[in-house]
Design a protein around this ligand. Sequence first.
Ligand code: MN
Length: 132
Amino acid sequence: MIVQPKINTRKGSAEMFTGDVYIDTVVYSVESSPIRVNSVHFTPGARTAWHSHAVGQYLHVVEGTGLVQEKNGEVKVLRPGDTIYTEPGIWHWHGASKDSFMTHLAIWEAPSTGKESDWGEHVSDEEYNRQP
Ligand code: MN
């Protein structure tokens, strides 16, 4: 058994996010397990850059109102209790709506070799403002 004590909240990097985002690690990496879980807190208007995950990703919304979009798809509104699965290699972004905080759990697996995620361009205001 391994106890994983709470570690300090960290700020999401300006390369990966627009706006202020704070990240709490929920499940640390353990050599024998590829499972990764973060609790990600987005301030209103904050969002990830465009990115994709090698082995896919689940998002589970805990509070607030969120948005998610995959490449060439519509912007979808997320509510507490919603779970979204993004398939491996699909480019997408997620974040808070303009007028609400949003917290989600991000649950994914590390691939056996290579990068967990690829990161690209920031989500422009024009792309973000296409929200429903
Ligand atoms: Mn993602």
